[in-house]
Design a binder for this molecule. Structure first.
Ligand code: ZN
Length: 383
C-alpha cells in the first residue's frame, strides 16, 4: 500500500479527531518516553515531534526515559539525554526525571530538577519496588519542595498498590498522576484518593473500556490525555480520550481540560478546576454486535502482546481474530450500531491488507486495530 493510501486509511480517524478537539485546544500529552528500552522499543525526539505534529503543530508532551539498558547508575545518563533533548525542542518536550528508589534517588532528583526537570517518574514494576519504604516520603518531599508532580506507572504487571495510596495521602500537596487509568487499582484509588486535591489519572490504555470506567469512577476534571509513546501514538491516544469524553457528555471546556488544560495547570502550579461527580453511570447501554466485535479485536490485540515485547510485535498473529471480528458486520439486522459496524469493517479491511503486505508497513495496522477497538467500545447508544 503506497504512503498516500496509508494516509487515506487513517484520514477518517484524523477527521473525527479534528471534530472532537475543540478549536484552540492546548494539547499536552501527559505521558511519553524517549530513548531506548530493554524490550526493543526506541524513540528519538524527531520521531516524537513528528507524531505530535499529526495532532497539532503546537502539541507538547511530558517525556521521561524508557527502561533503558544504560540506566545504571541512578538513571543519570538517560535522564541527561531527555533533559538535553527537551532543551532543544523549543518547549514542546517537557522533561521529567526517572528515578530508581534503590539507586540514589534523592541526589538524582535534585540534580535533574536543578537542570530543568518539571516532574518525577516512578515505575514500580520495572524498578521492582513498593511504596512502603522511607525513601518514598523523601522522594515525595523533594517533589513538594520543588512544586512538581510525580507520575507513577499503575498499569500492567502491578501488585496491589495500596501503599501508593498511603504515601499519596501523606503528601496531598504533591500532584500525583496515576498512569494507564490506574488499572492496577482503579477502584481502590478512586475511593481512597477521592478527597486528594490533585490525584490525576492518565488515559493511556490498551482498552478504551478502562477509560470509560475511569469516567464512571473519578471526576472528569482529574483525567488527563496521554499516549505512552512509543507504546501508543498521540493521535490514537487523543482519539481514544476524546471518543470517551464524547460518550461521557463532556462539553468543549471540559474537553479542553482533558486534552491538555488540566496538565498545563499542574505544571504551571495553577489551581485545578473544581472536581465534580463522575459523568458516566456504572451500568450503561450496550450493543451486542459491537461487544462481539470489540471482544474479537481485544483477542487480536492479546495475540500481538504475546508475540513479544511491544518493540517486537508480529502483526500477522492478529489476523485470525480480525477475520472473526469481520464476520459480525455481515449480520443482516445489526440494529442501531450498523454505521459503526460498517466503519469498523472498512478499517479492518485496510488493516488486513497492511498485515498481508508487510512491505507496506504492517505495523501501521496496529493503529487501525486500536482505533477500531475504540469505536467498538465508545459508540454512543440510546438505552
Ligand atoms: Zn509509559
Amino acid at each position: 500500500m503506497p504512503e498516500t493510501t496509508l494516509r487515506s486509511a487513517f484520514a477518517p480517524i484524523l477527521d473525527e479527531l479534528g471534530r472532537l478537539l475543540p478549536a484552540g485546544s492546548e494539547v499536552l500529552d501527559a505521558h511519553t518516553h524517549l530513548g531506548d528500552d530493554e524490550d526493543g522499543s526506541s524513540l528519538r525526539p524527531d520521531g516524537l515531534l513528528a507524531q505530535l505534529d499529526i495532532v497539532s503543530p503546537t502539541a507538547r508532551a511530558v517525556t521521561f526515559p524508557l527502561h533503558d539498558p544504560d540506566r545504571v547508575p541512578a538513571y543519570r545518563r538517560p535522564n541527561d539525554r531527555v533533559l538535553d533533548w527537551a532543551a532543544d525542542s523549543g518547549g514542546r518536550i517537557i522533561p521529567y526525571c526517572r528515578l530508581d528508589p534503590a539507586d540514589d534517588p534523592i541526589a538524582e532528583a535534585e540534580r535533574c530538577l536543578a537542570r530543568g526537570a518539571r516532574g518525577i517518574k516512578l515505575h514500580p514494576r520495572a524498578q521492582a519496588f513498593l511504596f512502603d519504604g522511607p525513601e518514598m516520603d523523601a522522594i515525595f518531599g523533594v517533589a513538594r519542595d520543588a512544586g512538581v508532580p510525580i507520575l507513577v506507572h499503575a498499569g500492567r504487571g502491578m501488585a496491589p498498590m495500596d501503599s501508593l495510596a498511603d504515601v499519596a495521602l501523606r503528601h496531598p500537596e504533591v500532584p500525583l498522576v496515576l498512569a494507564h487509568a490506574a488499572i492496577a487499582g482503579q477502584g481502590m484509588f478512586a475511593e481512597r484518593l477521592a478527597e486528594h486535591p490533585a490525584a490525576l489519572y492518565d488515559t493511556s490504555c490498551f482498552s478504551a473500556i478502562d477509560v470509560v470506567e475511569l469516567f464512571a469512577r473519578v471526576p472528569a476534571e482529574r483525567i488527563v490525555f496521554a499516549s505512552d509513546v512509543p507504546y501508543g501514538r498521540p493521535a490514537n491516544g487523543l482519539f481514544q480520550a476524546l471518543r470517551v469524553a464524547a460518550l461521557a457528555g463532556l462539553d468543549e471546556d471540559d474537553r479542553r481540560l482533558l486534552a491538555g488544560g488540566t496538565m498545563a495547570r499542574v505544571l504551571d502550579r495553577e489551581p485545578l478546576a473544581p472536581a465534580r461527580p463522575p459523568r458516566l453511570e456504572g451500568v450503561r447501554p450496550a450493543s451486542g454486535p459491537l461487544q462481539r466485535v470489540g471482544s474479537y479485536l481485544m483477542m487480536a490485540f492479546g495475540a500481538l502482546m504475546a508475540s513479544g515485547g511491544p518493540g517486537r510485535f508480529n502483526p500477522a498473529l492478529a489476523a485470525p481474530a480480525i477475520a472473526m471480528a469481520r464476520c459480525v458486520p455481515r449480520d443482516p439486522d445489526p440494529g442501531p450500531a450498523e454505521p459503526a459496524l460498517r466503519r469498523i469493517d472498512e478499517m479492518l479491511a485496510q488493516a488486513e491488507h497492511l498485515i498481508a503486505n508487510p512491505s507496506d508497513g504492517s505495523i501501521a495496522a496496529l493503529g487501525l486495530l486500536q482505533a477500531a477497538i475504540v469505536i467498538s467500545q465508545t459508540e454512543p447508544l440510546e438505552a
